[in-house]
Design a protein around this ligand. Structure first.
Ligand code: XMP
Length: 511
């Protein structure tokens, strides 16, 4: 059951709120800002949070809220833009007056319900916007800053609360306490998220699939494995798992994945070696989106062939199970006219073109939630802690055209990189590590001979959810060891570089 509804007025910020509530162990869901009061009533949540957002409540095109939401008798916490909506409804808002933003000191005058357990002075994060200038009727001011006289307010009898700053960002040091106060003390929510999640997801799959069968493509990665295990628990031997080797997987991966699924006792696991087909279609293709599309379409083809074959024997395969997670959908979607599509994520664009109905049990989860779920399902740690690996595989790490020679060079370099990270215990300290091959050759010298060979770029990043990332500060002794192993052991490489780009502006993968 949805306990908290977060109404989204500006994507990224709202997602953070949603995550924080779930971190408190409470099931919350994001809803678009045009949701009607009657729909919320149907959801019957214990609390509503109005997120921040980039707009001013005074601008013509600012997102509007169904005002009846305020009279549902459900507690409402407005954050930034959300507080201004409350202010506009019950008091007065002053446009564009809050010029100072960033880290500020919050002076707590009264704790009320919302600021319980906070000290008289707390660090908060303010983002610029309108100011609520006159206190709405029956509200009281809880806190202010030097530039914002009403930084937090509440009307406890009507269960309306507002903060001008952002409790969901880490720079608001006690932000989580504020959310805790709202969620548990005001809304009386109960911890339920992690406890019931697996059971809920399994049940959802069971209800959707009914007596039909499901086919899933699995890559052996965290997402697709967790998704497959959930579906398997829901439908048992009516799940057919297919692993397609597109010739762009990591060294030894095929064997590892096969063994893993054997151990997981899946009744139907099929391995298809389609590497020749994929590599022939990629020949000479340089454009990253084209590569992704070719791989995606070829996947569909190979998959559909398998479905036809299986349906002759088993019949009733009507569903395609996918391990799509929340960030995949965000980055592949054009969420508003102002945002642009970054990449066609393989597992998002692919199934939309197939005739099967798609089920994506993990579609609302962030990666760390998927990992938690994996632990709950008692999956071995080598699956849970595995670094993400993209569906199009090494093709998007070979800049330019993909050739068998380049694939084999990259595969060896990548394997050395991962081996050394594991030996040194750095593998689990980074979000993801990868090697990429630049389609350029540099001059070098080996023995006494001149060489003219490829450049390998090593990239290791830290991140919480892949939406943003920083390059990992790996120690120089480790980089030295990896570099010298690659230069000595991988034929065709005479230079290794380390990528020190953050996301944004870079992305984690190269294409
Ligand atoms: P980027 O490169 O967009 O990647 O910063 C963010 C995360 O997503 C992974 N990634 C993919 N995963 N299919 C996937 O399953 C894809 O097509 C794909 N492209 C990127 C990437 O490895 C990183 O963890």
């Amino acid at each position: 059951m949805t306990q908290i509804v977060v109404i989204n007025f500006g994507s990224q910020v709202a997602h953070l709120i949603n995550r924080r509530i779930r971190e408190l162990g409470v099931f919350s869901e994001l809803m678009p800002c045009d949701i009607s009061a009657s729909k919320i009533k149907k959801l019957n949540p214990l609390g509503i949070i109005l997120s921040g957002g980039p707009a001013s409540v005074y601008s013509k095109n600012s997102p509007k809220l169904d005002k009846k939401i305020f009279s549902l008798g459900i507690p409402v916490l407005g954050i930034c833009y959300g507080m201004q909506l409350i202010g506009k409804e019950y008091g007065r808002v002053l446009g564009g007056k809050l010029k100072e933003y960033g880290k500020k000191s919050l002076l707590v005058k009264k704790q009320g319900k919302l600021l319980k357990k906070l000290n008289s002075k707390e660090q908060i994060w303010m983002s610029h916007g309108d100011l609520v200038t006159s206190l709405p009727k029956d509200f009281r001011v809880l806190a202010s800053t030097d530039s914002c006289p009403i930084a937090a307010m509440e009307n406890d009898s009507r269960k309306l609360y507002g903060v001008q700053f952002h409790p969901e960002v880490v720079h608001t040091l006690r932000g989580k306490q504020i959310l805790r106060n709202f969620v548990f003390d005001v809304c009386k929510a109960k911890k339920d998220w992690n406890i019931n999640l697996a059971a809920k997801l399994i049940n959802d799959v069971r209800e959707e699939v009914k007596a039909d069968s499901v086919i899933m493509g699995t890559s052996g990665g965290v997402d697709s494995t967790v998704a497959a295990v959930l579906v398997h628990r829901a439908v048992g031997n009516r799940l057919h798992c297919v692993f397609i080797d597109h010739g762009l997987i990591r060294k030894n991966e095929a064997k590892t994945v096969r063994n893993r699924f054997k151990k997981l006792n899946f009744e139907h696991f099929y391995f298809i070696d389609a590497s020749k087909l994929f590599l022939s279609r990629l020949k000479g293709v340089v454009n990253p989106e084209k590569k992704r599309k070719i791989i995606g379409f070829t996947f569909i083809e190979v998959f559909e062939r398998k479905v036809l074959e299986l349906n002759k024997k088993h019949r009733g395969i009507k569903f395609l199970g996918q391990g799509t997670i929340y960030p995949d959908r965000v980055e592949s979607a054009k969420t508003s006219s102002a945002s642009s599509k970054i990449k066609s994520h393989h597992n998002v664009t692919l199934p939309r073109k197939m005739k099967l109905k798609v089920i994506e049990p993990l579609k609302d989860l962030y990666k760390d939630e998927v990992r938690e779920l994996g632990k709950h399902l008692k999956l071995p740690s080598e699956i849970i802690n595995r670094h993400p690996f993209p569906g199009p595989g090494l093709a998007i790490r070979i800049l330019g055209s993909v050739t068998p020679e380049r694939v084999s060079i990259l595969r060896e370099a990548d394997n050395i990189f991962r081996e050394e990270l594991k030996i040194s215990n750095y593998y689990d300290k980074v979000w993801q590590a990868l090697a990429a091959l630049f389609p350029l050759k540099a001059v070098g010298v080996k023995g006494d001979a001149r060489t003219y060979e490829y450049i390998i770029s090593l990239r290791a990043v830290t991140s919480k959810d892949a939406m943003t990332a920083d390059w990992a500060r790996l120690p120089s002794w480790l980089l030295e060891k990896i570099s010298s192993r690659i230069l000595n052991e991988v034929k065709g490489v005479n230079r290794v570089v380390y990528d020190i780009s953050q996301k944004p502006p870079a992305t984690i993968e190269y294409e």
